[in-house]
Design a protein around this ligand. Sequence first.
Ligand code: ADP
Ligand code: MG
Length: 602
Amino acid sequence: DHPSGVAWRGIPALLGRGGCQCWVKAMPTSDELCDLLLDLDQRSYKAYKQIQGRYAFPGFTLVIDYVQGDPFAAPSRLRVLVPQMTKQGKPNAGFPGELYSSSVRAVALRDYLARQFDRSASDLRSKRGSGKSGLISIASPGQEILERTSVLISQEQVEARFLVGLPARGRSVLGRQAAELLCEDVPELVARSLLYRNLKPDAVQKHVETAEDAHWLRQQLPTRGLVAFIPDGAVLPRESGVSEKPLREHPVAFTAPDSLRVSFDCPHRGNLSGMGIPQGVTLIVGGGYHGKSTLLRAIALGVYNHIPGDGREAVVTDPTAVKIRAEDGRRIAGVNISPFINHLPQGRSTERFSTDNASGSTSQAASIIEALEVESRVLLVDEDTSATNFMIRDRRMQALIAKDKEPITPFIDKIRQLYDDYGVSTILVMGGSGDYFDVADTVIGMADFQPHDLTQQAKAIAHQYATDRTPEGGQSFGPITHRIPLAKRLDSPRRDRDDRGPKTRVRDVDELRFGSEDIDLSAVEQIIDTAQLRGIGAAIAHIQENLLDNRTNLMDIVDQVQQLLDESGLDAFTASPQGDLAYFRRFELAAALNRLRSLEIQ
Ligand code: ADP
Ligand code: MG
């Protein structure tokens, strides 16, 4: 019932390619998929391979991109494409354009849909045989709203990418269960999570507006001379060390001290008042267990937008803020750490410092220089995770160990120069050394989880009790040196069969396996999602293929990746559609590159 070859070959230009293909061979329907699956019942699992392809379901298209080889292997990759309008011009997915009219709004809407899909999938999911049989899953988001490849939206359609475990008993196909899964559950999932008319419009709206307000607030920071903002009422503590959900039992809500209070008139939530942390050097002091690290962690994650109900929805931070910590054992590749460390034993150079096993202090110095190299404007440092000898050398130690026997210039002597010479602010949690009062612009004291402005008192104390330290390390911060990576393979030459570039594997947020190398990212605290690691892995593969040329420096490399990311999205880094990548910042990409043991510097 389609025209003869001769007839249609004359008009493809009029139809466009897609139109032509549809005409020649109509897409099989959901009923045909169902029949096919029933036919496959009891056959060997490999027979599932035939179902790869596209199927016309009522109201959407199901695309089976990849079929798993056995029930225990990585699950099959599927997509649904749900047109916004029906052919008759009625709403189908039907999302109002204003919900995705800017990129911030679109990212938030997509995030909402991914969560809705995730919820519905876990309601529907039932075990249907051995291995991963019966699994339906979408990359599941945490507390942050990130751009992800799991759900896409355009004026034409909504697309969701998810994984399915095709049902088996032992190694044979369970056809009826597969038919239920794909031909009943999947349409149900689409209906419950991707059709606007079935969602709660207020909740969708709130999700989008919460993200937009946070984004707007973050943009206001520089005009107010701020690097971070924490609103009154924010709930910063988390449920536990392993749960990022807000603390439920008696959280103390945040209240700004009057002297640091600022107010904003947000586009959606209206007036919002809270604590602004000014540019410059800020200390967070206070007794142990009074909420210092919790505040700093919230600030570190203020580079991301958060979901409604998180407690930190309107905590925002300069988007270039980087959390720094000591990380002994890490690799360092040719970093100029001379602003902090000089005259190592055995005359080792610190202008191009490399090691496979950094000490606490050298690792912290390198991490700071690396962050500056890719233009971070705010450093976040916590005494809990710092090397003491990197942070401070007091008068008595200066007297006992002569300067020419101590390679380290402590952070206390560099923190001001960093701001004066380069405009880089620092927020430092420091309950242990009052020597820092001399170099601070703002001192925030945490007591019973509440902030107080202790700047005047700290200055008076600094005046009263001089530290008598001798400043070290000269009059200026010193150079921030750009590095050019050598054009060489960063992974081992093992490749995927379909040549999708180096294999990356991610189990948790602490480790990225790239080719044969494990990159330890446990100290990179602003990576909060495994999907970001997959994105970073794909970006490193792209860098290896396209950007290592012995001429381009690291800053330009991560810049080019960011540009591609902004223009084309995460799909630019993968050959086939993947649903499990998420947005990452240039800082985390640089952090991963810098920790690659195979990275070498010209
Ligand atoms: P510090 O760094 O000052 O030693 P932490 O930030 O580690 O303190 O906090 C100590 C404990 O108090 C943590 O268990 C944290 O979850 C909890 N906590 C922090 N802030 C609050 C708050 N506002 N309300 C209730 N508990 C909090
Ligand atoms: Mg602490």
